[in-house]
Ligand binder design. Structure first.
Ligand code: 13P
Length: 333
């Protein structure tokens, strides 16, 4: 493990005023989004869409890294340039999702365990050869009266620790992504409790596996009420509760913290991040790593009018710029 390389990558990824763009939807997830909009679910269509996202002019002003899916990291633009070489020319870091998805956890209804440790070391070596400098592994937790169970949280945390160790052995920065899902009618306090408990479990496993903590990035969900909760959370509430939770339950020496948008409205995700930065100086770099909140408007426009790449790219860059402003507390509605 070369800690200097890891720290350099963390610094580049969290450089203000930038954030990370997640375009690592699996083939299934991408197809589902295409289907809803009437786009053909072919490899070529997915390539065409990703080319639009990757070649958007000037996006490098706002985005420090893109997270790819296995299919995407192997693809190239129409003119033959590989996607990874386009990223390199723009000075954008290449990331790769390396978990292989989730399956039901034991007999606990609603709990999910993330898989992907099989041959992970070989896969990391290959991705590194292709230019990847960081990776992502996501676990999901459903808030219900019976989930997430402590045993599932522990099992996922163990996989996080194994994954993070392996990444660091390959000088790849691991993004550790425990996502508390926004589905359901839980309160913001419920979300706080579960997030806090889970972060304690995750960091304790990372520590005991001797993961180099300054060389990882935590990608987390915000502390927020469930999407169908009676009382929805305001940006001030989200900012206060999320920062309190992270200050008390994430290790201070962590390389950086980024957020997923997780089904929040596009602008809601921006306003919430902005509110956190309005509170003043924070103990760690804190920015975005959104997928849907940045892509939504571009995807909708392209689906309606696939020939008009420029408009879709313009919408993408506008969303990235709005979140870049939010990452320094300067976004205005
Ligand atoms: P969303 O911002 O769409 O939640 O995606 C981010 C991500 O990478 C989820 O794993």
């Amino acid at each position: 493990m070369n800690t200097k390389i890891l720290l350099k990558t963390v610094t580049r990824l969290t450089a203000s005023p930038k954030g990370i763009l997640a375009i690592d939807e699996s083939i299934n997830t991408c197809n589902k989004r295409f289907e809803k909009l009437g786009v053909a679910t072919t490899e070529e269509k997915r390539r065409e869409y990703r080319e639009l996202l990757i070649t958007a002019p000037n996006i490098e002003k706002y985005i420090s890294g893109y997270i790819f899916f296995d299919e995407t990291i192997r693809q190239a633009a129409k003119d033959g340039k590989s996607f990874t070489s386009i990223m390199k020319a723009k000075g954008i870091e290449v990331g790769i999702k390396v978990d292989t998805g989730t399956k039901d956890y034991e007999s606990i209804l609603g709990d999910k365990i993330t898989e992907g440790l099989d041959k992970l070391s070989d896969r990391l070596a290959e991705y590194k050869e292709m230019g990847a400098t960081f990776a992502k592994w996501r676990a999901i937790y459903n808030i219900t009266t019976t989930t997430p169970s402590e045993s599932c949280m522990r099992a996922n945390a163990e996989s996080f620790a194994k994954y993070a160790r392996l990444c660091q052995e390959h000088d790849i920065v691991p993004i550790v992504e425990p996502e508390i899902l926004i589905d359901g009618d839980h309160t913001i306090e419920d979300c706080y409790q579960i997030t806090a408990k889970n972060l304690d479990i995750v960091f304790s496993k990372l520590k005991s596996a001797q993961v180099f903590i300054p060389g990882i990035i935590l990608k987390t969900s915000m502390v927020i009420a469930g999407q169908s909760a009676e009382k929805q959370s305001s940006p001030t509430e989200v900012a206060t509760m999320t920062l309190k939770c992270l200050k008390e339950h994430a290790l201070a020496e962590i390389g950086g913290i980024v957020f997923l948008s997780g089904g929040q409205g596009n602008e809601e995700a921006t306003l919430n991040l902005n509110a956190m930065h309005k509170t003043g100086k924070l103990p760690w770099p804190l920015t975005f790593s959104y997928g849907r909140a940045i892509q939504n408007s571009a995807l909708n426009s392209w689906a309606k009018n696939p020939a008009d790449i420029a408009t879709a790219q313009n919408l993408l860059v506008k969303s990235a710029q709005a979140n870049s402003l939010a990452s320094v507390g300067k976004y205005k509605k």
